[in-house]
Design a protein around this ligand. Structure first.
Ligand code: 2AM
Ligand code: CA
Length: 265
């Protein structure tokens, strides 16, 4: 598969988002649900991605955060978050990212996370590795959790697992070098693949927040599963809502924690 056109489509839309940021102000913001914000930038970026990506791969379907849905069972489908980290974007704080994954049948086969604060393009192709602007990502010998940083997201709209979440957080305070909460799950996962973070866990995520990041982590030599390490195919994994990820060593440390603390749905 020639994927360079896919990467260039993501780059073009990301660069458009960066240029819109210069003119952006609070009047452009709408509220979708509790603490869930959106703007014309998210909506137009999704339209641009759908047009470009489906024309590069005719017959492909789409699942997009801003409502694009035309899923083709058993076919090729794009899972699109045109702007992951909208709250950061609105407040003019990095990171925020374009996140795009391609699924073939029930398998993730290609992914891009274009982080716009530092303008870094992360890509991965199933069985062919993960890259950041052409540099190979390899976390197979990454540090254990106690010598690393953990990324997470704080609950912001769904508070049912708050005690468990706080317990997991306390264990990370004690069992790692520190915890970071940056507000873009796609970027958190890309940064696990890049070895900047050793671990990541978050509850209550949508497919478009995690699909691209999961393939990036896996292709860099790391692992990404639900909180319990259950064997799920990619179709079910991106829909399960909770993700634990890390390099092989830190994943082992973190999955022990999340599977112990959280309760199976
Ligand atoms: P979004 O910006 O694409 O909606 C995990 O924290 C994910 O939750 C983020 O990647 C973000 O994706 C989404 N999210 C939506 N609203 C949020 C908020 N108020 N605070 C943090 N994350 C939010
Ligand atoms: Ca979004």
């Amino acid at each position: 598969m020639n994927t360079s056109g896919f990467t260039e489509a993501v780059r073009a839309v990301g660069d458009w988002i960066r240029s819109e940021r210069r003119e952006f102000n609070a009047n452009h913001v709408e509220t979708k649900a509790l603490n869930s914000l959106v703007s014309y930038v998210d909506q137009q970026a999704e339209q641009m991605l759908i047009e470009r990506l489906t024309s590069l791969l005719p017959g492909s379907g789409v699942l997009g955060e801003e409502g694009g849905e035309s899923w083709i069972d058993g076919g090729f489908n794009w899972i699109i978050d045109p702007l992951d980290g909208t709250t950061n974007f609105i407040h003019d704080l990095p990171p925020y990212a374009v996140s795009v994954a391609l699924m073939q049948g029930r398998d993730l086969v290609w992914a891009a996370v274009y982080e716009l604060g530092q303008a870094r393009m992360f890509t991965a192709e199933r069985g062919r590795g993960a890259f950041c602007d052409g540099r190979v990502l390899d976390v197979r010998h990454g540090a254990p959790l106690r010598d690393g940083l953990v990324a997470t997201g704080f609950p912001y709209h769904e508070f049912s697992q708050m005690p468990q979440y706080l317990e997991a957080l306390q264990a990370c305070f004690r069992g790692s070098r520190g915890v970071r909460r940056f507000g873009s799950a796609a970027t958190d996962l890309a940064w696990v693949a890049d070895g900047r973070f050793q671990g990541f866990f978050e509850h209550g995520l949508a497919p478009w927040d995690v699909a691209a990041g999961i393939l990036l982590v896996r292709e860099s030599g790391g692992l990404a599963t639900n909180f319990f390490g259950t064997e799920l195919d990619d179709y079910d994994l991106v829909r399960c809502g909770s993700i634990t990820a890390g390099n092989p060593q830190s994943y082992r440390d973190l999955i022990q924690l999340t599977s112990d603390v959280f309760t199976q749905p």
